[in-house]
Design a protein around this ligand. Structure first.
Ligand code: ADP
Ligand code: MG
Length: 610
């Protein structure tokens, strides 16, 4: 008997097919299909993506979808993940202290200390005092330079300048002394006049030294030890800047304020544990660990976390047509992060790095809905559709086709929304666990920490290595090696950090340098993926001691990651565990494990398994 059987794995991100030709119960040939998942997993919107994925495979098998005898889709213990970011600190400037302003092209050089004065008032300036001139929009760079030169001739000591327009370099080129000049100060009218002020500009390619050091600021303004304590935030915010200005006003101050972010309440059926969000991710994750078998998670009403968790629940309820009260959050993952946020009360759109907590939540859907979906697919295609096993154990069956693996085997499936692990023992007993947080959360962190506001670019930064275009004929790879080209590189790329996409380079549009972007990328993977792999091992383990495992095989889209393999090896070698990416059916790498498992489990159930 000749049959075509398809295993279809509908993931949060990808719908994968394993299409097999079965003759007399033996698998003769097997091909794969892949397509992005359409709509939210478990809903009828998935059908489009399922058909495309099936078509992709059918083409390789040289058949039509109608020739398929049976389609097996995954059972929906599956999980849907969502995430949100909660800022827990806020920097506020009261009065008009100007901090951390770092324009693209400051002018001049050095450190200038003096009293702020309107440029129009220079003729009233005193001779034995130092001044920082403040130049409004109405005065153009030629006039400003002339006024300053005249003051220099009259022995007025101008030690620095603050400009509204982007004219720093133009003014610098026209005045007779080298002084630090900061430009692009949006709210120049709010710069307080007659106040002690310091302006610092460093050489291109280097960072300011004086104003990023609390004692430097203390020296400039003659601060007491108590006052120095209060300006630590200012100094911290200025680290890494090429230029900065700090003004001391009588009441002005910069404060870091904690935003009350509410509590996360974790219920395990026996009791409810509470974790205070603004204390950071550590406390949240320790509470998650304590609760162990989570029944549901909520947040305090009226707070942002409460709102976010309810939003996840509501969305899932609507999308899966379930009663809101029957949707339960089964796991959360929290990570600490630092995000650039505009400072409240700022004068020049200054940003401060604020502490935030990223939270991923996972909801289990009902089997019922996969059955509905199965019926809908069947009706649409006129092909019999049934529900195969749960994702976890299907992933292990698929992963077992990797050469060099055997039972017992622990497989960790890292997808977009969730990390699913499953241990299959010698007796074919499966122990699956589902954890919130995977590839999407990594992308979210990269997006937020670099202030990109561009999910697609963040996704590309995650997936591909970086390089710096150092000349029109060579680039410097992130590992330090240089690569030369015969033909000139597009001049748009010159001096930019680029993502080396296989389809073409893409410049990264941020002020951060390559090293910073790379560090953020690697840290995000460490915080989410490595943490979740270890969490998965702890959950699957009967003893809670993860050294009981010998082999860990990685599957799922995020396992394709170019640097994750080494990071995992580093992390797990410490525990004496061997780890690596799967090579499903010896050809598919870490892809297609669940789909292949669905196909193989059919053969096993039919009594013809291997
Ligand atoms: P799901 O099972 O949830 O549908 P997948 O197994 O398709 O998910 O994995 C999707 C995730 O894999 C996404 O977060 C995506 O960014 C990530 N991913 C895909 N390719 C790569 C890659 N080359 N490097 C790193 N991550 C990748
Ligand atoms: Mg998957």
């Amino acid at each position: 008997m000749r049959q075509y059987i398809a295993g279809v794995d509908i993931g949060n991100a990808t719908t994968e097919t394993a299409l097999g030709l079965v003759e007399d119960g033996q698998l003769k040939k097997c091909v794969s299909g892949i397509n992005p998942t359409t709509g939210i997993k478990g809903t009828n919107d998935n059908i489009k993506g399922i058909i495309k994925s099936l078509k992709d495979a059918a083409k390789k098998m040289e058949i039509e979808i109608e020739n398929i005898d049976l389609i097996r889709i995954n059972e929906a213990t599956p999980v849907i993940g969502d995430f949100a970011m909660e800022t827990i600190t806020e920097t506020i400037i009261t009065e008009s202290t100007l901090i951390g302003h770092n324009p693209d092209t400051p002018g001049g050089l050095g450190l200038g200390i003096g009293e702020t004065i309107r440029i129009e008032d220079l003729d009233k300036a005193e001779k034995n005092k130092a001044y920082i001139v403040v130049v409004p929009k109405e005065i153009d760079f030629i006039d400003a330079a002339e006024m300053m030169n005249k003051a220099f001739e009259n022995d007025i000591d101008i030690t620095g300048a603050i400009l509204k327009k982007d004219d720093g370099v133009l003014v610098n080129n026209r005045i007779s002394k080298v002084i630090p000049i900061l430009d692009e100060v949006e709210a120049i009218d709010r710069v307080p006049i007659g106040m002690p002020c310091a302006v610092e500009v460093s050489q291109p390619g280097s960072c300011i030294e004086f104003l990023s050091n609390p004692y430097g600021i203390a020296t400039v303004f003659g601060l007491t030890a108590e006052e120095t304590k209060q300006i630590v935030h200012i100094a911290k915010a200025l680290i890494g800047n090429r230029s900065a200005v700090v003004i001391k006003t009588p009441a002005g101050e910069v404060k870091e304020r904690r935003i009350p972010a509410g509590e996360i309440l974790i219920n395990n059926g026996k009791r409810t544990y509470a974790a205070v969000v603004d204390r950071g991710s550590r406390e949240i994750m320790e509470t998650v660990k304590k609760a162990r078998n989570i029944e549901d998670v909520t947040g305090t009403k009226g707070t942002n976390v409460g709102g976010m968790l309810e939003k996840v629940r509501k969305e899932m309820a609507t999308l899966t047509e379930q009663d809101y009260n029957n949707v339960f959050i089964k796991d959360i993952m929290a990570v600490d992060t630092i995000v650039p946020k505009e400072v409240r009360g700022n004068l020049a759109n200054e940003f401060a790095m604020e502490k935030a907590v990223g939270i991923a939540a996972m909801v289990k859907t009902e089997k019922l809905h996969m059955e509905k979906l199965a019926d809908a697919v069947s009706e649409k295609l006129g092909v019999k559709v049934e529900i195969g096993g749960v994702e976890g154990s299907m992933a292990v069956r698929g992963a077992l086709t990797t050469p060099g693996t055997e039972k017992p085997l622990l497989v960790v499936d890292i997808g977009a929304g969730s990390t699913d692990a499953c241990l299959l023992d010698r007796e074919n007993k499966a122990r699956p666990v589902h954890l919130a947080g995977a590839g999407n959360m990594v992308t979210m962190l990269i997006n937020a920490e670099l202030g990109l506001d561009d999910f697609k670019l963040a996704e590309e930064i995650k997936k591909y290595p970086l390089a710096k275009v150092e000349s029109l004929y060579h680039i410097r790879h992130e590992d330090g090696t240089a690569q030369f080209f015969e033909e000139a590189i597009d001049s748009k790329m010159f001096a930019r950090t680029v993502v080396l996409k296989p389809t073409g380079w893409k410049p990264v549009n941020t002020k951060q340098n390559l090293e910073k972007i790379r560090a953020v990328r690697r840290e995000a993977k460490e915080k989410v993926l490595i943490t979740n792999i270890i969490r998965a091992l702890e959950r699957v383990s009967k003893t809670g001691n993860i050294t009981e495992f010998e082999h860990v095989v990685l599957v799922g889209g995020s396992s394709l990651d170019f640097e994750l393999g080494n990071m995992v090896t580093d992390a797990l070698t410490y525990y004496g565990i061997i780890s690596g990416k799967a090579n499903v059916r010896e050809t598919e790498g870490p892809r297609n494990a669940v789909a292949t498992g669905l196909l193989l489990s059919y053969l096993e159930e039919a009594g013809n398994g291997n």
